[in-house]
Every structure is written in structure tokens, then in C-alpha cells.
Design a protein around this ligand. Structure first.
Ligand code: UT7
Length: 326
């Protein structure tokens, strides 16, 4: 079996900056509450004519450039998203057309905020077996379209963006060392969007009852997240044959600074060795980890040979982590 690695990263953020102060005029909230309870200061919302595939394609072209590859070199595209452009066709197929990856198979994957790492794990299997050479894995969201701007429990938390990586075979000891993925479907009710699928198709009533918006029991998700971030990170560190003290850098899901700080503490990592950008972008679900990774790489926070842990959690409930030698 071959080891896979990340050959290039890229990201794209939506156009419109929305500050905490902007939200104060829309819903009963305030900058102080949002900053102290979450760590978020700004987020970006997509323009009316921008959708998930557009952000995904912009991030992908940057990842291809960083990898020194052309779109025709890509064998498979995986888009992790909970906000596809539409139910059919898959957003991955729209991206395939937009970037001209004419030789690539393409499909979407839904594991909410854990989706990007689930996608990397799928890509890793195809590369490990030699089935494919180059796989584009994208996490992309336009969450603003499913936010209830009258629900202060959710609308202040999320933003729109996309991150992408090109994965391919490793030629040395660098690359993916381990994954750990999990799910607990009994917690699905804590983070969900009730309508728009086969259970409650779109109707006048479903729209009037605001069922096409994301609903969340924040404190239940919070408690789950703190446990999952620690246990999944430790499981993938162990699977990689490493110890906690071998970890040089962490790229966590960007949901809440308090969740990130708790995970960093469990891994004995000072915050300088943890990527944080949720103050700028909020929670971008599947896009959070790849955007954070792209920034960390471009800012030279991750050095050649570093052991990096990526870890996330989200709706499902799901969780995922990955250890790689950069
Ligand atoms: O990617 C996965 C997606 N989700 C998450 O990761 C979310 C995980 N959960 C969290 O990050 C936190 O639970 C939240 C940030 C969502 C909430 O923080 P919390 O410390 O758990 O607050 P809470 O839900 O217990 O609410 C405390 C108070 C409540 O008021 P009362 O009932 O004590 O009077 C809320 O109504 O804060 C109120 N509140 C707000 N106040 C001002 C809730 N949202 C807001 C708001 N502005 N936006």
C-alpha cells in the first residue's frame, strides 16, 4: 500500500464581511457575548449570485497551482458540504465542469463539519491502493443560505468559504500517518435542518415554519465536542505510532475558541502551535479545517517534518481526526 500526502492547499472566502456589530442590528445579540462565548468577531457571507461550487472552484484552482498540477491531472473530486448548490447534480460535478477536470470522477460527501477529514480518508484509500494518483478534496459551504437570521442561537456562529487540498502518493516518509473517524447517530437531533429532504419536502408550510434553517442545541453539541476532540486526537496519534509530545501543530475545527483551547490543553500544546482563525471567519463547517490548514501552510506555521493533527466534530453527530507528517 502507498502512503498519501497533501501536494497543495488552497482556500477562498465569501465576499461580504459581517461583523458582530452588524449582527446587533439584525438580532438580539451583542459583540461582547459573541466574542466571549465563541471567540468570533467577523464572518463572511456570499453574494447573492455566489454559491458553494464557486467558492469550491476558486479554492481548488489555488490548491492545483500550489501542487503544480493541472485540472486534467485530477482523477477524482470529493466535495464535503452540507450546503450543495442543489440536491442534484452533486456540487463535485459542478466543480469538475467549472475547473475543467475532465478526467475526474466526482461526488459529494456529507459528514457536516467532519466532512473534509472524511473526504481525505476516502481519498487516502484510493491513493494507497494505486487506484488513483491525484484526488482533489474540498470542504465548501454557503451556510448563510440555511441560517435563520431570527435565531440568535445559530445565526451569529457561521460563515461561508471553501478550502481544498490535492492529495497524491508520497515518495518519502512524509504524508498521512493515520485517521480516526466516528459517528453517533443518536445525537443527530442536536444539530439538524428538518426540511428539504424526503422526510419533509419543501412546501408552503415547511417554509412558513422555518424548517429549512439549521437548528442547534448548542450546549449539547459543546459537551460532545470537548470529549470528541480529545478522544479522537489521541486515538489517531496512537494509531500513527506517536506520543502526544511528538505533535508539533494542531489544525482544529473552528467552532468555538473554548472548545479549541480545551483540546490544545489536552494535547499539552501552547496556543502558538494551534491554528485559530474563527475570529475572522466564524464556523464554516466542512470548510473550516481546510481553510485553516491552507492559512497555516501559507503563513509557514507548519514546517517540513512537523507532526500535524487535524481534528473536527459536527452534525451527525460525527467526528474525525488525521495525523500527518508534513
Ligand atoms: O460545528 C459544529 C457546530 N456547532 C458548535 O460547535 C456549537 C457548540 N456550542 C457552542 O459553541 C456554544 O454552546 C454556544 C456558543 C452555541 C452557546 O454558548 P453557551 O455558553 O453554551 O451558551 P448557552 O447556549 O448556554 O446560552 C447562554 C445564554 C442563554 O440565555 P439565558 O437562557 O441564560 O438567559 C442564551 O439565550 O446566552 C443566550 N444567548 C445569546 N445571547 C446573546 C444565546 N445566543 C446568544 C447570542 N447573543 N447570540
Amino acid at each position: 500500500m502507498r502512503k498519501s500526502r497533501i501536494l497543495g492547499t488552497g482556500s477562498a472566502i465569501a465576499e461580504k464581511k459581517i461583523t458582530n456589530h452588524d449582527l446587533e442590528s439584525m438580532v438580539d445579540t451583542n459583540d461582547e457575548w459573541i466574542r466571549t462565548r465563541t471567540g468570533i468577531e467577523n464572518r463572511y457571507f456570499a453574494d447573492e449570485d455566489t454559491c458553494t461550487s464557486h467558492l469550491a472552484s476558486r479554492a481548488s484552482l489555488k490548491a492545483l497551482e500550489a501542487a503544480g498540477l493541472k485540472a486534467e491531472d485530477i482523477d477524482m473530486i470529493i466535495v464535503a458540504t452540507i450546503t450543495p448548490d442543489m440536491a442534484l447534480p452533486a456540487t463535485a460535478c459542478l466543480v469538475q465542469e467549472q475547473i475543467g477536470a475532465t478526467k475526474a470522477s466526482a461526488f459529494d460527501l456529507e459528514a457536516a463539519c467532519s466532512g473534509f477529514l472524511y473526504g481525505m480518508a476516502v481519498a487516502d484509500q484510493f491513493i494507497a491502493t494505486g487506484f488513483y494518483e491525484h484526488v482533489l478534496v474540498i470542504g465548501a459551504e454557503v451556510l448563510s443560505r440555511i441560517l435563520d437570521m431570527e435565531d440568535r442561537n445559530t445565526c451569529v456562529l457561521f460563515g461561508d468559504g471553501a478550502g481544498a487540498v490535492v492529495m497524491g502518493p508520497s515518495k518519502d516518509d512524509k504524508g498521512i500517518l493515520s485517521f480516526e473517524l466516528g459517528a453517533d447517530g443518536s445525537g443527530g437531533k442536536f444539530l439538524h435542518m428538518p426540511a428539504g429532504g424526503s422526510k419533509i419536502p419543501a412546501s408552503k408550510e415547511s417554509v412558513e415554519n422555518r424548517l429549512h434553517y439549521v437548528k442547534m442545541e448548542g450546549s449539547d453539541v459543546f459537551k460532545f465536542a470537548v470529549r470528541a476532540m480529545e478522544s479522537s486526537s489521541i486515538a489517531s496519534i496512537n494509531k500513527a505510532g506517536l506520543k502526544i509530545e511528538d505533535v508539533n501543530y494542531m489544525v482544529p475545527h473552528q467552532a468555538n475558541i473554548r472548545i479549541i483551547q480545551s483540546a490544545a490543553k489536552k494535547l499539552n500544546l501552547p496556543m502558538e502551535q494551534v491554528k485559530v482563525n474563527l475570529n475572522q471567519y466564524g464556523n464554516m463547517s466542512a470548510a473550516s479545517i481546510p481553510v485553516a490548514l491552507d492559512e497555516a501552510v501559507r503563513e509557514n506555521n507548519i514546517k517540513s517534518g512537523d507532526n500535524v493533527v487535524m481534528v473536527g466534530f459536527g452534525g451527525g453527530l460525527t467526528w474525525a481526526s488525521c495525523v500527518m507528517k508534513w
